[in-house]
Design a protein. Sequence first.
Length: 332
Amino acid sequence: MPYHSGSQPTFPGAATVSEYDSEDPPRRARRARRDDDSEDDRPAKPTNGLAVAALVLGLLSMPCLFFAGIPAIICGFLGLSKAKQTGVGYGVAMAGLLLGVFGTIVCTGVSGVGMYYSTFKVKEAAHRSTMVNNLKQTGLAMQNYHDTFAKLPPPDEQGSGGSSGLPADKRLSWRVTVLPYIEQGMIYSRFDRDSAWDSPKNKDFAKTKVKVYADPEPDSGPDTRIRVFVGPKAVFQPGTPNQLSLPTVRDGVSNTIFAVEAGDTVPWPQYKELPFDPNGPLPSLGRPNESGFLVVYLDGHVQFVKKNVDPKVLKGAITPAGGELPLLGGEE
């Protein structure tokens, strides 16, 4: 057979170019199909969405407390159960569970303590504000009484010739004497000042709650903490008919205590003041749960005093003629 240029060989067994070209594409296609079949036959990798949810909620339980903490605990337990089946997500679920427990118990507890402390501080500040106002009004009543009589009110009605024949704990207090100067003249006029504070004639008036004297506690009733010191070298001395005059206070009216916030309450009409001994211990002052107490000076200004104040300094402020330094602290 003659050879022609550009023609394909025709001898027996020879493969043509078109045969080679036609064989390649099917071979590649089969190889691609085998690769695809092998990928489709692989099992899907297991996941644990509950474990991830537990971790996310556990982290959110720090700022959100139990609102996210409890769901984190639930998801954590479910995530652990799924992890046992799939073998995936055990550590993540455990971390979410622990964070949920921490956020629910620890953070919520700490937040609760903080809220309680904040509420207590707000309540304490409100009580102090009320007591400051009450003491200022009491001090102003004392000054108005002094302007009228040129002397301080007596600690009880003995100095006024009223209930002087009664035992001390049955007499009327100075708080009754200054009632007209705190706009309570009506109550003052109804008291029988020759009878005991709890006598049948006075007991109904003794139960009347006088706002200026009342303790800020909601259930305090008519009792009061506003009391004066009575004793040797104090502003008020028992059995002394001639009361002190402000111009004679040698230590200065701004350095000498008139009344104080006592540690316990007493019926406001009763003469039951704080005993003072210059050489003895001081009585209980201020509410049990507070860090200090309020005092009102003879010039009418009010001061908060820490309970850990030096007793000598406090005694110096109680006495009107001891020459001691005044209490340290700012005016309320």
